[in-house]
Design a protein around this ligand. Sequence first.
Ligand code: ADP
Ligand code: ADP
Length: 226
Amino acid sequence: MAAIEMSHIVKRYGDGFPAVNDVSLDIADGEFMILVGPSGCGKSTLLRMIVGLEDITSGDMVIGGTRVNDKAPRDRNLSMVFQNYALYPHLSVYENIAFPLRLAKVPDEEVRRKVEESANILELHEHLQRKPANLSGGQRQRVAMGRAIVRQADAFLFDEPLSNLDAKLRGQMRAEIARLQRRLGITTVYVTHDQTEAMTLGDRVCVLKKGIIQQVASPRELYEQP
Ligand code: ADP
Ligand code: ADP
């Protein structure tokens, strides 16, 4: 069974051309799937429909065997990392990472253990008391990832997570995301318009154009195309 099954997904904003137009795509358990394509091709809209931040006009979204079309984001057990990181400025790194656990009313002792574990994986343990404003771009990105991995989610969703970083850091964080995903073995959907990210990170790449899937293939298959 696929971890995420999309069949004939359509999204219309108003009465224009659909932003996502009859997308059917199965993402396997543990797979790293890239959604790539030019600006406006519908990548973010598709990701937001997976996570539940956008209503689906028609089609079926099935996650872990359950149809989730009408489920609120908090009932989908997914972790999303946003482009702008969406950290809480008034909270420490510790509390930013702990946030999903606090929402779930996890006991303090367990929160502490899990936050420390996530912070260690992401090398944030020395920064737990700092506020986001006092962190570098790369560190903020790590905090956002720490918040995503602190909870046992069914999948990670990334929306252009590296686009605010400079080229050097982008390369470094790319390697880190790849390592993290392999280590955790968690199903991942990753939106980017960056060809290098698409070709180096994904098990498979889904190429979108004007809301329509052009092809779905492994990076190797894409390279070897005539
Ligand atoms: P991408 O992530 O590939 O850049 P988007 O999913 O953001 O593409 O957008 C796909 C299309 O849907 C674009 O034409 C965009 O203008 C349109 N769109 C996105 N969000 C909205 C919205 N909230 N209201 C109306 N149109 C939108
Ligand atoms: P509570 O906030 O419910 O009292 P804790 O006793 O676990 O929960 O933590 C108190 C505060 O101390 C936390 O909100 C957090 O900011 C900080 N804290 C706890 N453990 C650590 C730790 N290992 N490293 C850094 N800060 C921590």
